[in-house]
Write a protein that binds this ligand. Structure first.
Ligand SMILES: [Zn+2]
Length: 63
């Protein structure tokens, strides 16, 4: 439970699935998401939520 809380406030790096570069602050990116079930709809930082549910994250250059 505590680990889950820590995970919710810790920043998670978003990596481009195409070029493996980190998505930097202020950078645009495209993410393909699968709608999670209601019970998995946890409130957390946006980057964590995306990192957890995204099928793919693509940076501006690789789009
Ligand atoms: Zn890329």
């Amino acid at each position: 439970m505590l680990d889950r809380l820590k995970d919710a406030i810790r920043s998670k790096e978003l990596i481009c699935t195409s070029c493996s570069k980190k998505i930097e602050e202020g950078q645009r990116f495209t993410a393909t998401l699968t709608m999670p079930s209601e019970k998995d709809m946890l409130v957390s930082r946006l980057d964590n939520a995306i990192a957890r549910t995204a099928d793919s994250v693509v940076c501006e250059r690789c789009k």
